[in-house]
Design a protein around this ligand. Sequence first.
Ligand SMILES: *[C@@H]1O[C@H](CO)[C@@H](O)[C@H](O)[C@H]1NC(C)=O
Ligand SMILES: *[C@@H]1O[C@H](CO)[C@@H](O)[C@H](O)[C@H]1NC(C)=O
Length: 251
Amino acid sequence: LPTGTRESAFVYALSAATISHAIARACTSGDLPGCSCGPVPGEPPGPGNRWGGCADNLSYGLLMGAKFSDAPMKVKKTGSQANKLMRLHNSEVGRQALRASLEMKCKCHGVSGSCSIRTCWKGLQELRDVATDLKTRYLSATKVVHRPMGTRKHLVPKDLDIRPVKDSELVYLQSSPDFCMKNEKVGSHGTQDRQCNKTSHGSDSCDLMCCGRGYNPYTDRVVERCHCKYHWCCYVTCRRCERMVERYVCK
Ligand SMILES: *[C@@H]1O[C@H](CO)[C@@H](O)[C@H](O)[C@H]1NC(C)=O
Ligand SMILES: *[C@@H]1O[C@H](CO)[C@@H](O)[C@H](O)[C@H]1NC(C)=O
């Protein structure tokens, strides 16, 4: 984490989003004595809907989350200024992704589920969705340098395009180590013996993950439920089936 790679940018953003998410949700569920539900929006929620329920208290989550995530950078003397700026920026990107995930959620009411009236509130998306958003930003993160601009030093994109860093982009200071080979010093476990996917074209594909070293096949026995039958009333019986699947690990 302290090296300031693209991966650490992602981790800082995700942890900042996570802490604020947890606090906002804890307000909703009543687990925090110091806060309550979020605001009821000013505008009406659309025909057939009405505001109700308990909104996630996003502003409180962001406020307290920021205090928590950013505190070490504001007091600690250790670590370079560039690293602190990078961490502060990426934490803010994480919170921005969380802000963007606030959406209208509704629940149906009415006789026997007719849904004639819906109660709606502003709720945060699941953390997994926020993480997926940040993963996209991780892939397009910008390499920056710590450079004087005006009277102070700022993080600016390393490539020659003269523009400030955008509030929405993750930034990093150092290129990542080669994660192919084991190197404990830089925090890489290497990919030897990792399971890979022969038919995938993504980052789990054998070609990419094994870094051209090739892979070894092995057969794995999978036991699963099969020929399931429903019995009136009310249980299900299944048989157990075995099948062999071919799997691959990197050389
Ligand atoms: C959110 O929690 C804070 C802290 O308790 C509270 O002051 C605020 O009224 C709550 N709701 C809204 C609408 O922000
Ligand atoms: C391998 O990748 C293919 C294509 O992306 C996917 O359909 C399949 O489920 C994957 N297999 C495993 C074992 O993950």
